[in-house]
Design a protein around this ligand. Sequence first.
Ligand code: NAD
Length: 402
Amino acid sequence: MKEVVILGAGYAGLRALHVLQGSKGDFHITLVDKNDYHYEATDLHEVAAGTQPRERISYDIADVVRPQKTTFLQNEVATIDRQSQRIMFTDQTSLSYDYLIVALGFESESFGIPGVNENALEMVDVDSAETIYHHLLKQMKEYKKTQDPDLLKIVVCGAGFTGVELLGSLVENRKEFAEIAGVQSEEIKLFCVEAVTRLLPMFDENLSAYGINNLVKWGVEFLTGKPIKEIKPGVVVYQTDAETGATEELSAKTIIWTTGVSGSHVMADSNYAARRGRVMVNQDLSDPEHSNVFVVGDVSAVMDPATNRPYPTTAQIALKMGYQAAKNCLHLIKGEKTEDFHFESLGSVASIGNTHAFGLVGKMPVKGYPASFVKKAIMDRSLFLTGGVKEVLAKGRFDFYH
Ligand code: NAD
């Protein structure tokens, strides 16, 4: 019997599992993850801001594993040895495979900027998102005692999709923070420091302006065209003049780092030629050196023939990659030819709080409350594609499910 190993129970890994478990064949699957739960990485900002508890965006991996076909192994991958077809774990144990799907996901990217790892909060998994929320509650309680205005200041570093969605949720939960601190909501000061001036370039100017202008209207102060050069304890240092290199400082007791992501460090540790943790794969998602290995999701870079650039790292693309890698694994097991990866975007929507959103559905711009409805549908779709009906009913965003 052939052994198929899936590394990572994120969007891509669980989508692959879903397809493989639903297919006939003489193979056994081992799913590996360091946690015993899956979390919806696109919803981490809600846990960080405290608008959703962690249980709402995560579910037990055991819920989606069919024991007749799959073994779940909770362990942390150290390296992949593609020559001997073995996975080496941090506890010195190992596991062999015939076919491998690598879906190890993302990590926060500090770009080597001094002080980021030590002095900023990252938001990369449920634990780190929850840490942000608890940190915020602590600052608010501390303010009540000391009245230090920096305790009420929150700086989000980077105005990408993640930063903007986080700001939206922080605005939404400002009332809770203000009540704990004993102040008015407007006294909770939200800042966003961003390197470029044209925000959210994947959308046209009207659409991104809609999102940003709403956040400004709700009190967020954007400092754009200001690349961050250093994070000191309680201080963001950003450049104000590229020619002279002049900098200014913004003090705040909460500094959250959302300037982009890289793929898992396991890729470079396993001697992959990875750029920011992403491995350039063949069009069928296979490893260029080992055709029995597929690399998907945020650790993978596959060329979009339309733009001649790699597809971005999004949940939607990870789900489709997981699907295609599983199909191609099945082809190999049957001795058939693999198929190339094709992707047609369904669009992308950024939420700004629970009732506002903006983005594209297909190529059509959407904004406001209807867009937030679309966003909830997108969230439920990913729950359905990784978990199934049970997870949508338990964690879905439409109240009529409850
Ligand atoms: P990103 O790379 O999209 O955005 C990071 C932002 O940080 C950019 O605007 C960049 O200019 C800025 N930045 C980088 N270095 C900086 C510095 N030194 N100082 C100040 N600003 C700096 O990263 P992300 O927002 O984490 O998103 C990662 C991926 O996930 C993207 O492909 C994104 O589209 C996707 N995503 C999608 C959704 C969604 O569809 N709703 C949600 C979250 C993330």
